[in-house]
Design a protein around this ligand. Structure first.
Ligand SMILES: [Mn+2]
Length: 328
């Protein structure tokens, strides 16, 4: 019989999305940290101090998070990745699967599901972030049709080589503002007020494994931390809060990537989000507005359908299986 303790799983239960996945609970017997009373306070964004408190709670509840996998439900909580990342204790490169770059600008003293990469790169042990699968960002977005560029995103992180962005299929986009840099992942052509970006996307450059074989030898650390937002996957492979706006990566490509990273590098920690969940946002007018706008295409029943819960649980189990192969 397999040793079930070989892989330790932590659930930050902010939105019930993971604890509904009964096979996952039975198989891995995760440490569940109850946070549902903070569900709306933490969704989309929260104050940095709030995460500092949570980090202490996490560390005191589980000791180390090194070599463990953290689940926390919807990608609306992707800033909780900062907890696991900040608790790593050696120089590390973050390998980030997502449909979005998450290095947007946010209000001072706040951390956001779309800005946590900026905060993570402020940690001295975090050397670099490699982003894979990004098709829904750094272009005119369907959900929030506003110009994207240095005003909305911290593009300097890209220019300084702190972040590399590899879309899955997007090959060209236009940024508002002039950007100049010579980078391995993109060619910028500055115009008068805009910049044309030609991306070295995954599909047109040999697929996910060829892309990783090119990138991994150049990253500055042996240790890597994986953070996976399953909105990077196509819709038949994942039910998220980004219905109609998900990425195009196929589950088997994600799994192959995890295996390859595990063979070439030392995975020291991981977290997974993107399990769709409903937000009532009671008591938070701004979040409520945001939730209504963002989730408008999702039928309420979809959040509770057994089919969607099973779909997400299957993906989580496969991700865990792959990680377990790397860690056994
Ligand atoms: Mn994300």
């Amino acid at each position: 019989m397999e040793d079930q303790n070989a892989l330790e799983v932590i659930v930050l239960d902010v939105d019930e999305a993971i604890v509904r996945q009964k096979r996952l609970l039975e198989k891995y017997r995760p440490t569940v940290i109850p946070l549902r009373d903070r569900s709306e306070a933490l969704r989309y964004w929260c104050r940095i101090e709030e995460l500092e408190r949570l980090r202490q709670l996490l560390a005191s509840s589980v000791g180390t998070v090194k070599g463990k996998v953290i689940f926390y439900g919807s990608g609306d909580y992707h800033h909780l990745a900062y907890l696991g990342i900040s608790l790593m204790d050696e120089p590390v490169t973050i390998i980030h699967f997502d449909n979005h770059t998450d290095f947007g600008r946010s209000r001072q003293r706040y951390i956001h599901a779309g800005s946590w990469v900026v905060n993570s790169l402020e940690l001295s042990h975090v050397r670099k972030v490699i982003q894979l699968g990004i098709d829904g960002d750094l272009s005119l977005r369907k959900d929030i049709p506003m110009p994207i560029g240095p005003v909305t995103h911290k593009i300097s992180l890209l220019c300084d080589g702190k972040v590399e962005v590899y879309p899955n299929s997007m090959h060209r986009s236009v940024l508002f503002g002039r950007v100049r840099a010579t980078l391995p992942c993109v060619e910028f052509k500055p115009r008068l007020l805009t910049t044309e970006a030609n991306w070295k996307n995954i599909q047109d450059h040999g697929g996910i494994e060829a892309t990783l074989e090119r990138i991994l030898p150049a990253i500055p650390t042996d240790a890597v931390y994986l953070t996976i937002d399953k909105d990077v996957l196509r819709e038949s492979d994942s039910f998220t809060n980004y219905l109609g706006m998900q990425g195009s990566l196929i589950l088997n490509e994600l799994l192959a990537a995890i295996s390859l990273i595990g063979r070439r590098k030392r995975i020291i920690g991981a977290d997974v989000c993107g399990d769709g969940s409903y937000s009532a946002a009671r008591g938070y007018p701004l979040k409520r507005f945001f939730a209504r706008l963002k989730d408008r295409k999702i039928h309420l029943g979809s959040f509770y359908s057994q089919e969607n819960i099973r779909l997400n649980e299957d993906v989580n189990l496969k991700i865990l299986e792959r990680l377990m192969e790397q860690w056994k």
